[in-house]
Each structure stands twice: as C-alpha cells, then as structure tokens.
Design a protein around this ligand. Structure first.
Ligand code: BV8
Ligand code: ZN
Length: 308
C-alpha cells in the first residue's frame, strides 16, 4: 500500500473496515487546528527566549517555578478556551465503529475527551491534573472564566510589552537569569510569572501534572499503549513529529508486530520511510474523510452545527 497522497487509498479503507484492533496515536498536530500551538511552534512573550524542551523540565521548575507555572497556566487557559476540531470528532466516531480502538496521545490537552472519545491514554500527563511536587497530593486549580481570561489578558499585555522591550538589546539566547533580572523591574509582567500555589497538605509548590523531559512516563499508560501497539492490526500516527521517546517507539512496535501503519501529517517525519501509507495533509481534513470513506457516516464525524 506504499503511497503518499491526499485521497484515501481504497486499501486503507478496506484495512480499516476489517480491522479488529486499531491504535490512534496523536501529537500536537491534531490540536493545531483548535488553535493550540504545537511544540515546534515558536514560543511567545516571556517564553520566546526558551525552547519548550528547556521549560518542560524539573530543573526549569526548580530554578524558575513562576516562569514555568506561568507557562502551563497560559497553556491551560488556551486549552480551556479551545474547542475540539473535526479530527478529534472523527477519531471519537471511529472509536464507535471499530471493536477495539485505543487512542494514545502525547497531548496534555483534553480535546479528545471533549470530542466524545473514551479511555484516552495520556502518555505525557494532563494540564488538568496538577499535583504537589513533594507529596504528590492532587491540587484543585480554579478553572473559572475569570481566571482563564486573567491569565490570557495579562499574557497578551506582557507579550505586547516583551515585543517592545525585546528589541532593546537583551542578547539573543540569553539565559533565564539575565532575562528574568532585566525584566523583573517592570512589575507589569507579574501576569506572566505566576508563582505556583502551595500544596494544602505540605505547603510545597504544586507542579503541572505533565511528564517532563527526563521523567519517566506513567507506567500504566505506557504498558497499555505498548500492549495496544503490539496487538493492533492498524495504527494511525496523526500530527506527531515522532521525535520524542519512548512515545515515538509505538509506530515502530506496531510495524514490528506486522500491523499496517498510516501517517497523517502535512510535513514529512522520520516515520515516512517506514509507514505503509503517508497521507500528507491536515488531520481535520483527512480524518473526517477516512471516517466517511470507511463507514459512510459522512455527517457522524461532525458535531452540532457542522452536521448537514
Ligand atoms: C524518559 C509533556 C526515562 C510536557 C512532553 C531515546 C533517544 C533520544 C532521547 C531520548 C531517548 N529516550 C529518552 C530520551 C530523552 C527524551 C527525548 O525523547 N528527547 C527527544 C527530544 C530527543 N525523552 C524523555 O525525556 C522522556 N522520558 O525517557 O524517561 C529517561 C529519562 C532520562 C533519560 C533516559 C530515559 C519524557 C518525554 C516526555 C516529555 N514531555 N510533553 C509538556 O507538554 O509541556 S513531550 C512533548 O513534546 C509532547 O507531549 C510531544 O511528545 C512532544 C512534541 O511532539 P509532537 O506532539 O509530535 O509535536 P511537534 O510540535 O513536535 O510536531 C507537531 C507535528 O504535527 C509536526 O510534525 C507537524 O508537521 C504536524 N502538524 C502540524 N499541523 C498539523 C499537523 N499534523 C496534522 N494536522 C495538522 N493540522
Ligand atoms: Zn504536598
């Protein structure tokens, strides 16, 4: 079935119709059309001088808890204001047609679930499950619209401000210290820096419920994902650059187990050379067409006002 094109190859439709066990493996690209920045997308404002991989680490949280917590609060506010897109809905609909379909995501948003998907395996945690960095006690954060807009507004202001300031010569790639100092003065950027709340049990800083680089994945999520990949007939890899491990191993494990692997991504990734089929396009365009072609439920992948 080796080919790369936009329309859905009949062999893929056949494979999907006959599949008993399917894995849908997703990355940031599946949420891009919901307005959620991918990891590759440049960071903005205060964070534009960091790369995501540097911020998403225990070290960064230890050294700059307010910058890191501020970043995750901003991302959480974005997700709370976002809505699932047609790809999320089509994947949730596929789950209702295929006997055993396991959704394994690297994303820390809840857009799969908000599109109606069930039992989504989150390999890298969630933005909605903060916990104490010391005793691990779950922490409840306020999701009220007031909080959400305050995080977004203060960020927007800060962003405008940073852009103005940035050009006054902080050397490119300056590390956090100098950057923080040069900006600490103007207290207007408080919104950007949000000190993490204290744990109600032990008083230690609360951390985002995500898996940071250098941290191991939740063992139950990883073993469920690995098992599903090794047992499936068909694996879709959607909107991931397939560069972060061990998650990026999953399509390889499925291939090694004889499954058909299909990639959906507008850009090439290391998986192109191995996948049986590369559908180079946007997930929100391709997945509803896969659903319609396989299960002729043209309108099922669409929600509410989108349905004809
Ligand atoms: C670990 C949560 C034990 C936090 C994340 C083996 C080899 C090399 C390195 C390693 C290795 N094993 C371990 C490592 C180290 C490291 C790693 O993989 N480093 C990489 C960068 C080389 N892995 C770890 O640290 C893991 N832990 O291994 O623990 C251990 C510890 C230490 C040392 C050894 C072993 C933990 C990794 C998890 C980190 N946490 N997220 C947060 O979100 O803040 S990772 C995070 O980045 C995401 O969850 C995701 O996994 C990754 C981003 O990748 P994507 O989702 O694919 O997004 P990206 O932006 O890259 O690409 C988007 C794609 O979408 C693009 O291809 C684009 O073309 C496409 N796209 C765009 N628009 C659309 C689209 N596609 C479809 N439709 C569209 N519309
Ligand atoms: Zn605690």
């Amino acid at each position: 079935m080796k080919n790369t094109h936009h329309d859905i190859p009949p062999a893929l439709i056949e494979a999907l119709r006959n599949a008993q066990r399917v894995v849908v493996f997703t990355g940031a690209g599946v949420s891009a059309e919901s307005g959620i920045a991918t990891f590759r997308d440049a960071l903005t404002g205060l964070w534009s001088r960091f790369d995501a991989q540097a911020l998403a680490t225990p070290q960064a949280f230890r050294e700059h808890p307010d910058i890191v917590w501020g970043w995750y609060e901003w991302r959480r506010a974005q997700v709370l204001r976002a809505a699932p897109n047609a790809a999320h809905y089509a994947i949730a609909a596929l789950q209702r047609h295929v006997p055993a379909l396991t959704i394994v995501t690297q994303n820390v948003d809840d857009l799969h679930e908000r599109a109606g998907a069930t039992k989504v395996v989150h390999l890298h945690g969630s933005l909605h499950a903060p916990r104490c960095s010391a005793c691990g006690a779950p922490h409840v954060v306020d999701d009220g619209p007031a909080t959400v807009s305050s995080v977004i507004e203060t960020h927007a202001e800060a962003h405008a401000e940073t852009r103005a300031e940035t050009h006054v010569g902080t050397p490119a790639g300056s590390n956090a210290d100098t950057y923080a100092d040069t900006h600490a003065a103007s207290n207007a950027d408080e919104g950007r820096r949000i000190p993490p709340p204290a744990c109600t049990q032990c008083g230690a800083p609360v951390r985002p419920g995500v898996v940071w680089f250098g941290e191991s994945l939740p063992s139950d999520a990883w073993s469920t994902a690995l098992h599903a990949a090794q047992q499936c007939d068909l694996l879709f890899s959607i909107g991931t650059s397939a560069l972060v491990y061990p998650a990026a191993e999953l399509p390889q494990r499925a291939l090694a187990a004889g499954a058909t692997v299909v990639q959906v991504n507008p850009n090439a990734t290391p998986l192109d050379a191995h996948a049986h089929c590369n559908l180079h396009g946007a997930a929100a365009d391709i997945m509803p067409r896969v659903l319609a072609a396989a299960f002729d439920q043209r309108d099922e992948g669409l929600k509410g006002d989108q349905a004809p």
